[in-house]
Design a protein around this ligand. Sequence first.
Ligand code: SAM
Length: 269
Amino acid sequence: MSHFKAPPKKNLGQHFLTDRQYIDMIVLAVDPQPGDRLVEIGPGQGAITFPLLRRHGELTVIEFDRDLITPLMEASEGVGRLTVIHKDVLQVDFGKLAADDGHASGQIRLVGNLPYNISSPILFHALEHAGAVRDMHFMLQKEVVDRMACGPGSKVYGRLGVMLQAYCKVESLFDVPPGAFRPPPKVDSAVVRLVPLPAGEVGISDHALYARVVRDAFGQRRKTLRNALQQVCSSADIEAAGLRPDARAEQIAVVEFKQLANYLSALPP
Ligand code: SAM
């Protein structure tokens, strides 16, 4: 008899994965190794949770829906050691979670079929704790994964991709159709792997300035850098940083955005 009786809640983005093939593909992509500290965001009715728990023996999950907490704990009996954190994931300090634990690496591995309505805030929340996170495997809207993973020249290259790729290696793994979920979402989905770069490899001297340059550059995509960045720097600065003032943001690689932001941060105030 199923432990889970409450119907799916739309406001919590509940689309439960039911297709075994995709569940297996996610577990295979995560490929948990002995000693790994796995943390799942939004376990729901446990579609990914229990296969991971069976394979790995222990798992921490963060779930906001109170109706799922007891059923998750009951269903884990005899399967493995499941720690359930009943909280909004945006209020969870991943740094503390990783440090609290006796595991050797001091880092957690995040997994989740994310609630699509808050997927971007969750991504940026995880990035704020990038030092505590070894990698992330997330199911998201395919359209969002495409924006995260593409490079300059692509129609969907923009602020999200340039922000994420500055801090992570981003790899789109596979697509998942609506029919793999209950209830089916209106959009296609995809699984993405994000691996935060070691702090020494990020190469950004002023993070707020980098974010500002990227935001303004893509604020008006049709504009040249010279016009879009008027509030931040001059045409001469853009040129001195090695970029063309008449280029548009969608033509600029992540490394060039870093170059420009670092040049500006080194200018005297
Ligand atoms: N992992 C399950 C699966 O694949 O079938 C459920 C995925 S469902 C798309 C998203 C899950 O995230 C739901 O269980 C929902 O209750 C949970 N959730 C929504 N908002 C949340 C939040 N702010 N913090 C933690 N969990 C949340």
